[in-house]
Design a protein around this ligand. Sequence first.
Ligand SMILES: Cc1cc2nc3c(=O)[nH]c(=O)nc-3n(C[C@H](O)[C@H](O)[C@H](O)COP(=O)(O)O)c2cc1C
Length: 222
Amino acid sequence: MPEKMKNPNAYNPSEQRAIYRVIAERRDMRHFRNDPVAPEVLQRLLNAAHHAPSVGLMQPWRFIRITDIALRKQIYDLVQDERLRTAKAIGEQSQREDEFMRLKVEGIMQCGELLVASLCDHREDHIFGRRTIPEMDLASVCCAIQNLWLAARAEGLGMGWVSMFEPVSLGALLGIPAGAKPVAILCIGHVEAFYQAPMLVEEGWATERPISEMVMENRWKP
Ligand SMILES: Cc1cc2nc3c(=O)[nH]c(=O)nc-3n(C[C@H](O)[C@H](O)[C@H](O)COP(=O)(O)O)c2cc1C
């Protein structure tokens, strides 16, 4: 590209490659080594999460760091309960119950750090950007989690997002107030290696669809 057409606001090419690389190589991890995550690294990851955009600058994310091993086991048990209920529902829908039960769907007891991400309480006070689509609060928490996920990958750490739990039960376990809602259990830690493709693809559970099926012009294309 001629010098004068360069976008002065753009990052330099190697920085750009790093951004696209981390996006492409982020994986949802369920296999962890159990060595600890350095506190300063965890702090960087949380800061990355906290830099996320949010509807009306609501910043609805709350993170609870789980350091009590007995509590971690209780969280694990909640996830196992839901895993069984999920397997049953999948069995009723598609007879894939046994196949589902063979999948590893979390690494809660192995990962170095466990966080629970929650929506804050008193969300009804925030109307800006949420009047017609109140779930923009959840979208904002998801932006924060994605930031954390990408930062973790860049730090060489894996993260697994676990959503198989009953929010009311997890909320009760962690003293989360009634107006707030836990939305993710995040397993973070060192890994032997990152999966080359989504683990659900590697295991033959699901296939990815191409971007061409997702992008339309002017009108919804059935
Ligand atoms: C909102 C959300 C919830 C998820 N919940 C779970 C979960 O409970 N258990 C699990 O094994 N993976 C969970 N995942 C991970 C997805 O299965 C994974 O992102 C998907 O298979 C694509 O793989 P990749 O993240 O490695 O690209 C979740 C991902 C998202 C975005």
